[in-house]
Design a protein around this ligand. Sequence first.
Ligand code: SF4
Length: 347
Amino acid sequence: MTRAADFIPDVQRLLAERGEPAYRLDQAYKALTNSLVRDWEEVTSLPKGLRAALAAEVPASTLTLERHYRASDGTRKYLFHTHDGHAIETVMIPEKKRRTVCISTQIGCPMACTFCATGLLGIKRNLKAREIAEQVFVAARDIAPERVSNVVVMGMGEPFLNYTETLRALKVLNDPEGFGLAARSIAASTSGLVDRIRRFADEPEQFHLAISLHTPFEEQRREIMPVAARHSIPELMSAARYYVDKTRRKLFFEYTLLAGVNDQPEHAAALSKLLDHPLYHLNLLRFNWTDTGYAATSKKRAREFLAEARERGLPATLRPSRGQDIDAACGQLAAKDLRGRPVVQLT
Ligand code: SF4
């Protein structure tokens, strides 16, 4: 299968049924991924009859934009509904010259991290590659003539539980014939599925990776992140070492500071011992409030924690909280939208 056939198999089927020439598939693929059309009527290079057939059978947009929010700091948030009526969310974060789009890969998330609003919901289903990539296309149209500079897969869901469709989407975003974003401008984030970390390291594209760590202590990690019960911290660090040895790329460890939980000096000390490779980088985030029972570490304590890590030689950054007036933290907006609907756990 070609990349286009993988990405839009339903379009390929319809073209084959109609006996259309092979190049029509490439035209349709480029229209969606490069020209970012949301309606087949915009694709005037396709014959009128074909445009009508496509519109009737396989609409150019798989997501409906339900709501669109802009925060006072320029952050934009998009709440989409899928064709089967589920809510997903996407955030665009402007930062100096960067325009980063944070996308979702699942409807809900089964990983159940205890500080995460999405994690409390369980999961409805995986998103298809088109639904994943389309979030970027909509944001890109919205901010034009500015351009999307980065994509991070850190929205709703554990992307490595939806590995095939997520990678398919990232490859289209990277494809020079498609969206054309450099692989090094694309990063996926995992809660720590070790076999998939190794598989990601083996991918030919130079995508970046972030691992959610959130505490250097085994027992506490099992409490905060139930996924840790599957993979111990030594197993996780072994996969991390495989990634940097194989790729020679920087590896980011995400760490959400939770007041009185994982923001103590002993955490900073243990982190600096654990993250013992020059390519490891600690990304500190302040918790955006969700009704999960946790509180945010104060700005003062977060800066102290950063200093404690750096003094011990650990490269670290404190990321600014963005879009708080529109609930831009992972899972918050759709979590509100999803509440009150029955939640299905995937087995
Ligand atoms: S933090 Fe990420 S992996 Fe954990 S429950 Fe939330 S969405 Fe899922």
